[in-house]
Design a protein around this ligand. Sequence first.
Ligand SMILES: [Zn+2]
Ligand SMILES: [Zn+2]
Length: 156
Amino acid sequence: MEIADEVHSSEHTLNGKTYTGSCFCGAVQFAVRGEPVVMGYCHCESCRSWSAGPVNAFTLWKPEAVQLTRGEDNIGTYNKTPRSYRKWCKTCGGHLFNVHPHWDLIDVYAPVIPDFPYRPGVHVNYQETKLRMKDGLPKMKDIPKEMGGSGITMAE
Ligand SMILES: [Zn+2]
Ligand SMILES: [Zn+2]
């Protein structure tokens, strides 16, 4: 009985595995649980301009999978559009999330959850790319059809 219980509980733990994340200075800490809905790279102008980087490694989660554990008051928000509420730490400026209300999903930037096994599956907004990445993954011109885009793919 005890062994069976143990197997059951360890399977449960695997299914709902938790990964911790934080901003650059550690004032804001959080955890993600389970699996994201989709992972990939975004090449759009907005992601590049805000991050000051050539590409954004995204992991999109249901809101209930993301839990703040420290420093909630220390989070700043900027929304240039109602589709993206970009969040960062007010102390270090480190980026944390991008909340997308219209999809009911939160982008947790892959680099802020270092222990999470990031497995990108798609490139989005590749028509705007400044950094071609020849990794064999599909390159969407904008975004997948099921997320409101054209669903058209492009050459790498
Ligand atoms: Zn910080
Ligand atoms: Zn983007």
